[in-house]
Structure formats: structure tokens, C-alpha cells
Write a new protein. Structure first.
Length: 255
């Protein structure tokens, strides 16, 4: 894994801390309150199943990516493996589910996944109104914009009246709208449902810019046909604390 990613959250020291917290959840407290909550806790469901079901991106190298052999790697994957190690003393006791930005919260709410470890921004609304509970932040990111070098676009103001590709129903979409309104810049939003359609539309010049987490833009830039033809603008639209997500009101599983 790239040193750049580990540098953002303290490398192996973070995973060690995360593992310690997960291990405490498995062995912790014991008393009567734990016994009272154990019937309905997700922790018991996971332990009885014998494996952790973890929701990931699956298409973002450095965070979660599956190779041609079906093997997963990346920072978000390492978090899933750390929890599995705490639960079963085996980091391979994980079943991965590739989820889009639109699918991820429904997967948590419906119980399809036990843990969402998928480059997800921790926001107040998500933490209070949609039944989510966020674990500690694992990666501090920021939202940026990538453009083609040949476009002549040098800063965000040059995007006036131009089209910008953005993932629909995400913080990226609302942050872009808020920032452009703040600056008084009119633009055309091309909101798309998944990463494949998002980056394909950008590469085929259906939009003049594309916005998302800067870490994602850096990684996806390397996957474009001609990476050297693209650049990320210096403007940071917003700060994005990324964190794993669980279903709310299950303190035994969360702790």
C-alpha cells in the first residue's frame, strides 16, 4: 500500500489501535448490561455466523480494490481484516460486498453488511438522521476538482457555465453546489450514479471537470488512458473526514 495513505492516519499505529478497540468489544465488560443486550446485538450475529460481512468500494486502489484473482487490498480492507482478527483471530474471516455510494447506507440499514468501510464522509446529518453511527475518523480528505490540461482551466472560477461530473446523492454534490453558490459561479451539474459512469463521462469529455475526494481523484487519474493530460485544481472545496460506519443504537457492537 502507498506510503501516502498510511501517512494520513498514522500507519500501522492506527490499525493497532483499531484492533485493540475491536478486541475490547469482543472480550469487554461482561457484566449484566452486556448480557441484557446480547440477544439483539450485531456482535452475536457476526460471531455466530463465523465471519464479518464488510461493505467496501472495491474500485478504489489504496482504499479497497479487488484484483484479477479476487483478492482485496487497501486501507478500508485492512480495517475489515483488523476487526475480523479481533473477532476470530483470523483476518481472512471477511466477506466483502462491493457497494456504490447509493447502495452503502441501505446495506447497513438492512443488515446486508455488518460494517461499512468505504471512503464515507462523517457528517452530522448522517450521524443523526439516517440511523448511522460512525467509528473514529480513519482518513482526513478534502474535495477537489480535476480537469483536462488542454481545457485551459486553471482555477475554479474558470468553470463558470461549464459542466462538472459529480456522484449523485453524495456530499460531493451538495458541497459543490454550496461552494459555487458562495462564489457566485454558475455551472452545469452532471450527477451520475456510480464511479464507472462518472469517470467514463469525464474521460469522454461529457463534462469539463470532475469533482470528488482528492484521494479518489489522485488514484483515478492514474487509471485514465493518459494520466499526464489531467490535473487537479488547487482549490479545496471542503474537508472530508472519512470513517467506518455501523448501524446506530447497538452499543455492544459499536464499542
Amino acid at each position: 500500500m502507498s506510503k501516502m495513505f498510511y501517512a494520513k492516519f498514522g500507519g500501522s499505529s492506527f490499525l493497532a489501535g483499531f484492533l485493540a478497540v475491536a478486541l475490547a468489544a469482543c472480550n469487554g465488560g461482561g457484566g449484566e448490561s452486556n448480557s441484557a443486550n446480547s440477544v439483539s446485538s450485531r456482535l452475536d450475529t457476526v460471531k455466530n455466523r463465523g465471519s464479518l460481512i464488510c461493505g467496501v468500494n472495491g474500485q478504489l486502489p489504496g482504499f479497497s480494490f479487488v484484483n484479477e484473482n479476487g483478492e482485496y487490498s487497501g486501507m478500508d480492507v485492512d480495517i475489515c481484516r483488523a476487526v475480523a482478527s479481533a473477532l476470530f483471530n483470523d483476518p481472512d474471516k471477511v466477506e466483502y460486498r462491493d457497494l456504490s455510494a447509493q447502495e452503502r447506507f441501505t446495506a447497513v440499514q438492512s443488515g446486508e453488511v455488518d460494517l461499512l468501510s468505504r471512503n464515507t464522509t462523517w457528517t452530522i446529518s448522517r450521524d443523526t438522521s439516517v440511523g448511522m453511527e460512525f467509528a473514529p475518523t480513519t482518513f482526513y480528505d478534502g474535495q477537489g476538482i480535476m480537469v483536462n490540461q488542454a481545457s485551459g482551466i486553471k482555477n475554479i472560477t474558470d468553470l463558470r457555465d461549464k459542466s462538472i461530473c459529480v456522484a449523485e446523492n453524495t456530499t460531493s454534490e451538495s458541497n459543490l453546489r454550496d461552494r459555487m453558490d458562495q462564489l457566485g459561479i454558475s455551472y452545469k451539474s452532471l450527477a451520475l450514479p456510480n464511479n464507472q459512469s462518472l469517470y467514463n463521462s469525464y474521460e469522454y469529455d461529457l463534462c469539463q471537470g470532475i469533482t470528488g475526494d482528492i484521494s479518489q481523484l489522485v488514484v483515478r487519474k492514474t487509471l485514465l488512458a493518459n494520466p499526464q493530460d489531467h490535473k487537479i485544481l488547487p482549490t479545496i472545496i471542503s474537508k472530508e473526514p472519512l470513517a467506518p460506519v455501523l448501524l446506530n443504537q447497538d452499543s455492544q457492537w459499536f464499542d
